[in-house]
Design a protein around this ligand. Structure first.
Ligand code: SAH
Length: 225
């Protein structure tokens, strides 16, 4: 490994030892994450590089953490669970993500599917996320600065869509951009009342599964410079 790459991967590693990471993986497993590939990818993805250095020592706790602009990096359990739900029926080629944020879920997904198309409304978060993915040499991701309510129609359809902010209703544009058999994992609701949903495009219409209560920041409107 090149010296520089080595430095990047181990920045702040004193407080984020391999043992701490193993403990997180063990915990996710005990909480019911059973997809071995998902667990392996989370084990090897350096979450401490996706938060401020001041928070790096908490990066392997199973908790959401602030990333500025009133946003949070998703809780590892949620990243694992949503990834697992997307992949439940087999490998996926094209996956769209709404809410790039720190880029952590993006980085995990990019190691599990062929190509990721990630949409974020806050330009500065997107720029920072882009840099992190380049640093980690994860190159199968393209980014769009825009409004996730609209998806990314020009590149549709997608085999999977994942939304990492809670929507008041399921955005029609996202349903429209699902390929046949495509899967949409999305938190729906508002405030304290939010449910994680899995929506699948069937031959006729859509099937819906409600997977339990969750807690996300809201899916807002419009891009923000
Ligand atoms: N998966 C991210 C979670 C970030 S929090 C991570 O692990 O870091 C949710 C993100 O959704 C925020 O970055 C927020 O800016 C973004 N977001 C909210 N509404 C949006 C919208 N309409 N379109 C695109 N992104 C949106």
């Amino acid at each position: 490994m090149a010296r520089e790459q080595d430095d990047i991967l181990h920045r702040g590693i004193g407080m984020t030892s391999q043992r701490t990471r193993e403990r997180l993986i063990q915990r996710l497993y005990e909480e019911g994450i059973s997809n071995a590939k998902v667990l392996e990818v989370i084990r090897r993805t350096p979450r401490h590089l996706f938060v401020d250095e001041a928070l790096a020592h908490r990066a392997y706790e199973d908790t959401a953490l602030p990333i500025g602009h009133n946003q949070t990096i998703s809780q590892p359990y949620m990243v694992a669970r949503m990834s697992e739900l997307l992949l439940e029926a087999g490998p996926l080629d094209k996956v769209m993500e709404i809410g790039t944020g720190s880029g952590y879920q993006t980085a995990v997904l990019s190691q599990l599917v062929e190509r990721v198309f990630s949409v974020e409304r806050i330009k500065v978060l997107q720029d920072r996320a882009k840099e992190r993915l380049v640093e980690l040499n994860l190159r199968n991701v393209v980014f769009r600065w825009g409004d996730g309510w609209e998806g990314w129609p020009a590149l549709a359809p997608y085999n999977g869509i994942i939304v990492t902010a809670v929507a008041t209703d399921v955005p029609q544009a996202l349903l429209d951009q699902l390929a046949p058999g495509g899967r949409l994992v999305i938190p729906v609701g508002s405030g304290e009342v939010q449910q994680l949903m899995l929506i699948i495009r069937e031959e006729q219409g859509f099937s819906r599964r409600v997977l339990g209560a969750v807690r996300f920041v809201p899916l807002l409107n419009g891009p923000l410079a």
